[in-house]
Design a protein around this ligand. Sequence first.
Ligand code: CA
Length: 225
Amino acid sequence: MRLLIVEDEDKLASLLDRGLTEEGHAVDVAGNGDDALWMAAATEYDAIVLDVMLPGRDGLSTCRELRSRGVWTPVLMLTARDAVEDRVHGLDTGADDYLVKPFSFSELLARLRAVARRVPNERPTVLRVGDLCLDPAAHRAWRGDTELPLSAKEFALLELFMRRPGTTLSRQTLLEGAWDMAFETRSNVVDVYVRYLREKIDRPFGCESLETVRGAGYRLREDGG
Ligand code: CA
């Protein structure tokens, strides 16, 4: 299996690296959550071993961010002993299983085999930002209980925003994500569609979730409201 270990403690990280390599796995190690995010996006791992306690972005936030970016690689989360809340939150953020530290190496191997066997497509792919909800597979979106009547382009645009909540997306990024090359030089099409989108996902609900970032682009508020 191709595995990603996310652990800042060098000793444990290299122990896992050595042990899993000896078992015949290909292992990469990330020392923090942000490195894990780009590594997991760049490489298709069979499973990720993710420690909750990381400097900066912790394991819970890393897992949530992975899922919101559409990375469904199975995640085995490492939590501290008795940290019941971490385990619950871990599973809530989209982790597949957890292992309490200290653990035996054979148990880690068994859990890894179990999570890696799961078919990624079977997991929920519904994106949630605040009370906005979008199901890419079913091509349906809601605010709260109200289904949003979106055109195909509006849907594509909202999906781009919901995969990266709180991030400012440039008109160019939005163009490339939702339109084909023919629109490359017509960046005002983005402004037009953002206006359409606001009319459907915000105005009827008294929300202002799609923010204009002057000179930079647009951003979906992380709370979705
Ligand atoms: Ca740690």
